[in-house]
Structures are given as C-alpha cells and as structure tokens.
Design a binder for this molecule. Structure first.
Ligand code: GDP
Ligand code: IMO
Ligand code: MG
Length: 446
C-alpha cells in the first residue's frame, strides 16, 4: 500500500492539480482533504484546460475513485454545477464519492464572508468570498450543516435555524435577501441533496479499504503551507490546515498510512490576497513574470502577486510538512529573465537577519528578502523531458534549491501540458514514480 500526500509548499496555485492528475493515473483513490471551492486547479489535457474547484483532480480517468473527504467544505451549488459541467463534457463520474461528514457552505456563510471583508476595509484579507471562513467557524462552533443532513428535511431545517440564530445581528442587513428565506433555502439544499445522494459515502472506510488491499491513495491538498491557519501568515490565511498533517484528519487515516509527502512549489513565488510576501516584485520585472506565467487566479481571476522563490519559507514548509519530495513547477517561466534571485534569508527592522522563518507577525510584515544571484538561461526548455538536457544554469538553479532545503526534486514542470514534465531519478524511484510505466512516460491521456 502507499499513501502519498500532495501539498502546496508556498501560498497556493503551485500546480498541485497538474501533479495530482499525473499521480492519479496509477492511484486507486484520490481524496481531497481540506479547503473548498476557494481552490482552483487547472489541468491541461490535449491543449484543453479543465478547471476544478471541488472535484478531485483525478476525475478525468474513467471510473477512477475520487473522493471529497470529511475535511473539505462543500458549496453544493458549486459542486452540482461542476458535476453538470463534467457530465455535459462526457466525463465518467461513477468513481466519485462524497463524505457524509463534510460540512456545507450555506448562503449565509457567503454573505458573512463578504460582510467581514467589507468591515475590515483596508485591512481585509482578500478572501475568495466563497464563505470558507464562516463555514469552518460554524464547524468549530458545532453549528455546521453536513452532507448527511441533506437527506432529512426535518433535521436540515432545525439545524439551519440553530445555525442562523447567533448570526441574527450580523445578518440583519440581509434580512430581506431571498437566499436567506428558511423555506426556500431548505428546499434548495434538499434538491442538492437528491442530486448528490448517489455519491455520498463513508469515505474514511473507503480509504482504509484501498490501503488495506495494497492500493495507492493520493491525498490531494488545496491552498498552501503559508496559508495554513496555524502555521501560515495569520491572519492572512485561509481557515483550514493545508499542511500534510491535515491529510489524516481530513480523511480519517492515521500518520502511519502516509508514505510520501510531496511539496509542490513554483520556481518563483506567487500570492493572491493580502499579507506578507518578503520576496514580492512590484516592479516591471514582476509584471513580466506575471504575464509570462499567466498569473491570474483560477477562482477569482485576480492578478496574483509575484516574486522570487523564497527558500526561507520553503525550508519552513519542508519541516512543517515533513516533505520527502519536491516538485518544482513552471521552470519554463524563468527562461530569458536574465540572472535569477533566490531568497536565502530575510532582513528585518534594525538590520536584523533572519535565517529561519520568523514566528512573529510584526517581524514577518517587516521582513524583506535577501538574495543570492544565480545565472539564468535563454534556451527554450518547454520540450525538455530529461533533466540532463536542461541548460546547466537551470540544473544549477534546481540543485541550489534542493540542497538548501535538503529534499530531492522528483518532478520538474516545463509547461502547463500534461507531458511537459521531467521525472528525475529521485522521482522515478519514489513510490509514486514506481507506479509509472518503466520508461517513466505517462500513458495516453483519456
Ligand atoms: P493549483 O491550485 O496548485 O492546482 O495551481 P493552479 O492550477 O491554480 O495554477 C497553476 C497554473 O500553472 C495552471 O494554470 C497550470 O496549468 C499551470 N502550470 C502547471 N505547471 C506548469 C508548468 O510547469 N509550466 C507552466 N508554464 N505552467 C504550469
Ligand atoms: P489553490 O488550491 C491561492 C487565499 C485567498 C486569501 C486567503 C483566504 O488553488 O492553491 P479564503 O477564501 O480561503 O478565506 O481566502 O487565501 N486562497 C488561495 N490562494 N490559491 C488557493 O487555492 C487559495 N485559496 C484561498 O486569496 O488570500
Ligand atoms: Mg489554484
């Protein structure tokens, strides 16, 4: 058996979807463990982009078991929309499973997310406004509505009333909103319940079954380590734990079920929304990098903030997640940029030097990246499939990253397409890589 966890090692949008799609080919189950439709994962197959917000990235393999674990928060309107869309495109959804214990995003969660941000004004977090924070808050307050509640009208209505009661004051400005009408909300959610009922399952038991029968499970993370509510740049974070430990709580397995932990990082850095970003480039080079990398959000369309790779943060992500492997995506985007900066430490107030990720919010807000400059390359690398064919400067760049954080690079992304990937020796000898055909090539996409 093998349990392989995929996590974002930066601020999200590292290319997790593409890596999960690759590993899913030989996995017996892909299961998402946290986040909701704040996530946006793009996979490019035969030149066609597929965008997923809730459905696990393995769904394009016909019949592949793909589960939404208990740790995910589900907006059933978005989920049913995504299902309709996939069905219309002829995608086989028979392998989909949805945890009966996953919490539901309700219309009032979205309104509260908007209202919370409006109230913060200049200090806003820049959330995706999908109701993620208020939904996880209700989960912790034990006022959440879960997937299983959709199957019983009486229970559903009672729980909605109980959940809305303490929010009366904050929801007063929306009192006349049709979305908040108890009867129509209950009916809408019952309808969603009917539409997803066939997929609702005990996903924890399903995961144990696959593992206990020597199967391979890919645990799909969303967001990224620096957006973790405990370990990220709080309060500029999401409301779940995108770190690897959460693969256990978000699906129902124990730490011993995990064999490999893959961190996904871009060859540079991006961040959407507010919060500290010590290596941010807000000059012309930043604009060039944003355009070269197509750095606009999959979920909200917002321009992503861009910067140099931050090895202080990446080393922190390595330790917090116990990374065993690293995938570096978007190496192609750095082509032709001239020399490249890699951040090796931070400079804070009064010239203080930080070699390690500072835990204090004020320090983090003042931290500015300090760099080592490495040579760049001009050769087009998008067609390279063997690491030995990369320009020496690109190989040195990757070696610098890997040496600095002490984790082998298993995969290198050189373009958005499925085959624009380089499996390194470390990747091929990993559990995930061993499951591939012997020449390391992928099978034909469906
Ligand atoms: P995720 O949220 O981590 O799954 O990442 P997103 O899908 O939000 O953002 C990553 C973007 O980069 C997507 O548009 C991918 O198609 C694209 N992408 C992934 N890997 C590569 C790569 O190696 N090179 C390039 N140029 N694009 C890539
Ligand atoms: P994927 O899975 C990048 C960011 C938002 C905001 C903060 C809180 O595609 O990598 P939330 O709506 O979660 O309360 O917003 O988190 N954020 C993401 N940034 N990629 C994501 O997901 C993100 N999901 C949330 O921009 O700063
Ligand atoms: Mg994304």
């Amino acid at each position: 058996m093998a349990g392989i966890v995929i996590v974002g090692a930066q601020w999200g949008d590292e290319g997790k979807g593409k890596v999960v799609d690759l590993l899913a080919e030989r996995a017996d189950l892909v299961i998402r463990f946290q986040g909701g439709n704040n996530a946006g994962h793009t996979i490019v197959r035969d030149g066609v982009p597929w965008k997923f917000h809730l459905i696990p990235s393995g769904i394009l393999y016909p019949g592949k078991l793909c589960a939404i674990g208990n740790g995910v928060v589900i907006d059933p309107k978005v989920l049913t929309g995504e299902l309709d869309d996939l069905r219309a495109k002829g995608v086989d959804l028979s392998g989909l499973r949805i945890s009966a214990n996953a919490h539901l995003i309700m219309p009032y969660h979205m309104l509260l997310d908007h209202a919370g941000e409006a109230k913060l004004g200049r200090l806003q977090i820049g959330t995706t406004r999908r109701g993620i924070g208020p939904c996880y808050a209700d989960k912790a307050a034990r006022l959440g509505i879960r997937v299983q509640d959709l199957l019983d009208e009486k229970i559903l209505k009672k729980k909605i009333v109980a959940a809305m009661e303490p929010k009366r004051l904050s929801l007063r400005p929306y009192a006349k909103s049709p979305e908040l009408d108890l009867q129509s909300m209950t009916e809408d959610y019952l309808t969603y319940g009917h539409r997803i009922a066939q997929y609702v399952a005990d996903t924890a038991r399903l995961t144990w079954d696959v593992l206990d029968h020597d199967g391979t499970v890919v645990f799909e993370g969303a967001q990224g380590t620096l957006l973790d509510i405990d370990h990220g740049t709080y309060p500029f974070v999401t409301s779940s734990n995108p770190v690897s430990a959460s693969a256990c709580t978000g699906t129902g397995v124990g730490p011993k079920d995990i064999d490999e932990i893959w961190g996904i990082a871009k060859a540079y850095a991006t961040r959407v929304g507010a919060g500290p970003f010590p290596t941010e480039l807000d000059d012309d080079l930043g604009v060039t990098l944003r355009e070269a990398g197509g750095e606009y959000g999959t979920t909200t369309g917002r321009a992503r903030r861009v910067g140099w790779i931050d090895l202080v943060a990446l080393r922190y992500a390595t330790r917090i997640n116990s990374l065993t492997h690293l995938a570096i995506t978007k190496l192609d985007v750095l082509t032709g940029l001239g020399s490249l900066n890699v951040c090796t430490h931070y400079r804070g107030a009064e010239e203080a030097r930080f070699d390690h990720y500072p835990y204090h919010q004020t320090v983090m807000h003042q931290a500015v990246g300090e760099y080592e400059q490495l040579p760049g390359w001009d050769e087009d690398i998008s067609g390279v499939r063997d690491e030995r064919d990369l320009p020496q400067a690109a190989r040195d760049y990757l070696a610098f990253i890997s040496d600095f954080i002490g984790v082998p690079i298993a995969l290198i992304g050189v373009g958005p397409a499925r085959d624009q990937i380089i499996w390194t020796d470390a990747g091929r000898s990993s559990l995930a890589g061993q499951a591939l055909p012997t020449d390391g090539q992928q099978l034909d996409p469906v």
